[in-house]
Design a protein around this ligand. Structure first.
Ligand SMILES: C[S@@+](CC[C@H](N)C(=O)[O-])C[C@H]1O[C@@H](n2cnc3c(N)ncnc32)[C@H](O)[C@@H]1O
Length: 202
């Protein structure tokens, strides 16, 4: 391989864009929950720019209205996809696995914490893991269960399901990584060290 070709290849690799999840492009939702139209052409351009041809082919079949993706269609699709994720979660017993992982941590925190312990599922989708923990009453009283998702359709459906199942847990809409966002507004973070840690990961 000539030096020039090698340099060109290195440059190509350097400018190569990271792939995106299709679902990250299908909604445009402001922090207050207001929704903007999403241009099908812009979604297709973003996918093609990253070489995600199969994803672009899938999106090119979505129904549109005046060039914008049909919101009813993408919402129904989100729920369908997440029902499938829930089915996988049930099969792989995610709820039981997460409970086993968290139990020692929760016990430790219960002894040390001055405020109630809250378990937060970031990007909870339909909230299967949190609902499963609530249904099993895994941690008893004094442990709050919260799911956060930046897609309001999913947060709403998770709330609806938890109410239908009469579960002690709650779900909120918001970007979990936004400073001062959904998580900080939903729980008390009294421990200063944890607050600093939490700011760092945001
Ligand atoms: C692949 S889905 C997984 C859903 C769920 N955890 C499950 O296993 O069924 C990822 C979810 O994370 C949510 N999400 C991604 N980034 C987020 C963020 N910064 N804050 C809140 N939710 C986020 C998306 O809206 C989506 O519902």
């Amino acid at each position: 391989m000539s030096r020039a070709v090698g340099r060109a290849l290195r440059l190509t690799l350097l400018v190569r864009l990271e792939p995106v999840e299709i679902t990250d492009l299908l909604w445009s939702i402001a922090p207050d929950g207001n929704r903007d139209q999403v241009s099908a052409q812009e979604v297709l351009a973003a996918l093609r720019k990253r070489g995600q041809r199969r994803a672009a082919r899938i999106v090119s079949r979505f129904p549109t209205r005046d060039g914008a993706l049909d919101p009813a269609y993408v919402d129904a699709l989100a729920v369908r996809v997440h029902c499938e994720l829930q089915r996988l979660g049930e099969e792989l017993q995610f709820g039981r696995r997460v409970a086993a992982l968290l139990t020692p941590l929760v016990e430790e925190l219960r002894h040390r914490a001055t405020s109630p312990v809250t378990i937060v599922d970031v990007g909870c989708g339909l909230g299967y893991v949190i609902r499963s923990l609530a249904a099993r009453r895994e941690f008893g009283d004094g442990v709050e269960l919260l799911g956060v998702d930046r897609n309001p359709i999913l947060a709403e459906q998770a709330t609806r399901l938890s109410q239908a199942e009469d579960l002690q847990c709650r779900f909120v809409f918001g970007d979990a990584l936004a400073p001062g966002g959904a998580i900080e507004q939903s729980i008390q973070i009294k421990d200063l060290r944890f607050r600093q840690f939490f700011r760092r990961i945001q």
